[in-house]
Design a protein around this ligand. Sequence first.
Ligand SMILES: [Zn+2]
Length: 243
Amino acid sequence: MNRRRWFVGKKMAAWCCVLLLVLLAADLYANRLADPDIISAAGEPSAAERAAAKQTEAGTKTVALTFDDGPHPVWTPKLLDGLRKRHVHASFFLIGQNIDGNEEIVRQMYKDGHLIGNHSQSHMQLTAEHAEDACAQIRRTNEKIKAVTGHEPDYVRPPFGSWSDELEELVPMTAVLWNLDPLDWKSQDRASVVAYVKSHVEDGSIILLHDVYEPSVEAALEIVDMLLAEDYNFVTVDEMLIE
Ligand SMILES: [Zn+2]
């Protein structure tokens, strides 16, 4: 009898130990979930998480890539593919007459999250024309962009950077110029464009390129890789102007 009672007592003690262990384990697990330090120590942040954290740090260098004169049926899609792979957004200032027949490219550009702006209908020097003609050029291109994307652009880049107080008054859009011009259209040489940007780029640079030349598109993607490695954050011009 004693022996049996002793056995029952031992069995109960064993069950109590198991219960205690379960409770202890549950408590430890709950503490672990509640403590963010333990979580971050447990899982190393991924490269993407580290990059995102870096970009939100104060003082991060920003740069805007801008492309004029497109879309081009061959080089613009190549550029869009390269930018998409690198998760980089750029700003494209389109010539209205180049949109004709390339609507699908513009749709893809919009879908990829790039900023789409206006570069006039026929690359007109807007200040050399009557103000009404200049406004009509801008309006026609806005209409074409809206027909494809559903959104009218807010930004205009005047061809040759030629803008006036009168146009500023008349056109309800923001004119965007640039501060870093590697003259890619002139050299059409990938290496010299990359070298120029490498030696002149700084925080706040708005780089002017043209997605209608193969060397420019190749240079642009090389510039992206180079500046990502230097911790630059790529923004579209609207983000750059807000800062
Ligand atoms: Zn242009």
